[in-house]
Design a binder for this molecule. Sequence first.
Ligand code: VGL
Ligand code: ZN
Length: 204
Amino acid sequence: MEKSMRRSSALLIVDVQNDFCPGGSLAVPGGDLIIPVINQYIRFFRKNGLPVLVSRDWHPSGSVHFTAGGGIWPEHCLQGSEGARFHPDLDLPDTAVIISKGIDPERDDSYSGFQAVTEDGKTLHELLVEKRIGHLFVCGLATDYCVKSTVLDTLSHGFSVTLLTDAIRGVDLKPGDSKKAIAEMISAGAETADISGLETGCCD
Ligand code: VGL
Ligand code: ZN
């Protein structure tokens, strides 16, 4: 295949928002500890001219996702709130493409990036096709919910995935959930890498 037709890689950072970090309403233990590593990945992808995509949980108040509406979660990531903002330490480039999910108040658990849309209404699938992206490097929060669901959907839509194992953290409502989630993603076909892989060219 011609080089210009080759499908490229992109970084997808999942839900690194204040509410999922210590101090937030649905804090993932150690959620902020992955941010310096994610910033290294961001630098690497930018240096190599590769796209950086970033998802966010973006719920309306009264969502059935929340306990008050019959769901299992405390209120978090309310559209436009401080808790829904990306963590201030995350070095997001201006060129990062934001996709938002959990927008539908009647739909409880839209954990997957494939249920997210860009600001101009494109789905993640449309975005990947348009940008000729064939492989996603995935990191972020939370391993056992949005990361897992996004990775499994990416694979089932025919894209390949590398899970960045040093840049994810889980909720672990039940101990071991994150470990189980990682095993599930691998058995569905995800490869794994960590920051030491950058020098050996993991992310071309
Ligand atoms: C998430 C729980 C509830 C996530 C979102 O981003 O993993 N987890 N809503
Ligand atoms: Zn949510």
